[in-house]
Design a protein around this ligand. Structure first.
Ligand SMILES: NC(=O)c1ccc[n+]([C@@H]2O[C@H](COP(=O)([O-])OP(=O)(O)OC[C@H]3O[C@@H](n4cnc5c(N)ncnc54)[C@H](OP(=O)(O)O)[C@@H]3O)[C@@H](O)[C@H]2O)c1
Length: 364
């Protein structure tokens, strides 16, 4: 059993930081554990697609810093770059035998960079490993010093996923009071936050798609969804009529796939579809789109994609808002926490199999 206890508020002690920086004893005795891409996933990822190895802790060169990863974020979107020739403007294709790319909450151990100082905590697009080198080109989110919360929070509620829910609903969908909001992958990292924020923004009805009855019950009883649809077990068009009797004003879509077509048959005039991601399509490159896109025309509706990290300049302001809601008890934090960096592959496979509730994180 690799799932850790649910309370994840403990701050890690930073053994390496104390050993190497505090007492300057040298890092030869400390090893770097890495999870590498052993083979390219065929369809949904499974744990056998990844393997674990130990290497020496790297030494930062000029313009580089050594970082200790504290928590690894498992993000469905990174499945995109596991296929051969999948590289694009956002990331290059991952290489076989190399550490899997991903987001981490990390601490600076040693720095030859002007912008990073030892002890500083940040979020980086790095890799599934205990120690990483950050070069000039790596995407780093310098969490503002005003935030002293445990670093795992900056991967979930206050991280890329929570911020995706926030920006998707406030900037793309622009949810209005009294509207019906539907969310796919509602029990996932982005989805559970999206449902909660939609309520805070004044939606009168918030409905979620999820893949099991248990997850649907949890969404209604603990997360605060008004109604749910088990997309694996129910007739989706009939369930949409039942759960969204006044039609859908906003669809926050995390999955794409086969759900978009029936949803388009239930949208209201001037509906907005915030297209956050397409989990269902990452494993199925041959998937065809919906046949009824013309509904967007007749309903004068808008379908808009977005990339959250393009709003990085606004992260601090958005985090202040999310934190205020968290502290006021309006937002709840849900995490599926694993212990040990070597379990990243299993955690990633579990994410695609829907075995997560909320944000999937590995405590390194
Ligand atoms: N645009 C951006 O900047 C941005 C940033 C972050 C994340 N994202 C996107 O947000 C989405 C959610 O990512 P996440 O990391 O938070 O993952 P997640 O929602 O925590 O996990 C994915 C969930 O998708 C559901 N799912 C899997 N296969 C499905 C299918 N075929 N049809 C419907 N649902 C399926 C599973 O839950 P069930 O139990 O319900 O099946 C699974 O738990 C992804 O598409 C990701 O790429 C976008």
């Amino acid at each position: 059993m690799v799932l850790a206890e649910k309370d994840t508020t403990k701050t890690v002690s930073g053994d390496f930081y104390q050993l190497y920086c505090g007492e300057k004893r040298g890092k030869a005795q400390v090893k770097n554990t890495q999870v590498v891409l052993a083979r390219r996933p065929q369809g949904a990822p499974v744990s056998e697609d990844f393997s674990v190895r130990e290497t020496d802790v790297p030494t930062p060169g000029p313009g580089e810093a050594l970082l200790e990863n504290l928590y690894v974020s498992l993000d469905a979107g990174f499945r995109n770059w596991m296929d051969e020739d999948s590289g694009d403007d956002v990331l290059p294709a991952m290489q076989l035998g190399e550490p899997v790319m991903g987001l981490t909450a990390c601490r600076v151990i040693e720095s030859n960079r002007d912008d990073l100082v030892p002890g500083q905590v940040l979020v980086g697009r790095l890799a599934w490993e205990r120690y990483s080198i950050a070069g000039e080109g790596d995407l780093l989110d310098h969490v503002a010093a005003e935030f002293s919360q445990s670093p795992n929070l900056f991967l979930g509620l206050l991280g890329d996923t929570g911020l995706s829910a926030y920006f998707g609903l406030t900037r793309v969908a622009k949810v209005q009071t009294g509207e019906t909001v539907l969310v796919s992958a509602a029990g996932g990292a982005v989805g559970n936050v999206a449902g909660q924020i939609a309520k805070i923004l004044g939606a009168s009805r918030v409905v979620g798609f999820a893949g099991s009855d248990d997850k649907c019950r949890w969404l209604r009883e603990e997360v605060g969804y008004d109604a749910t649809i088990n997309y694996r077990g129910e007739d989706v068009p009939a369930a949409l009529s039942r759960t969204c009797p006044e039609g859908i004003d906003v669809y926050f879509d995390n999955v794409g796939g086969d759900l978009l077509e029936p949803v388009l048959n239930h949208i209201n005039q001037n509906a907005r579809i915030a297209f956050c991601g397409a989990v269902a399509d990452y494993n199925d490159p041959d998937h065809k789109g919906p046949a009824n896109l013309f509904n967007l025309v007749t309903k004068t509706a808008r379908l808009e994609g977005f990339m959250t990290h393009f709003w990085m300049d606004d992260y601090t302001a958005a985090r202040r808002q999310l934190l205020a809601w968290l502290e006021a008890g309006k937002l709840k934090k849900f995490e599926s926490m694993y212990d040990g960096v070597e379990h990243c592959g299993q955690a990633f496979a579990d994410l695609f199999a829907g075995r997560n509730q909320g944000k999937t994180i590995v405590r390194v």
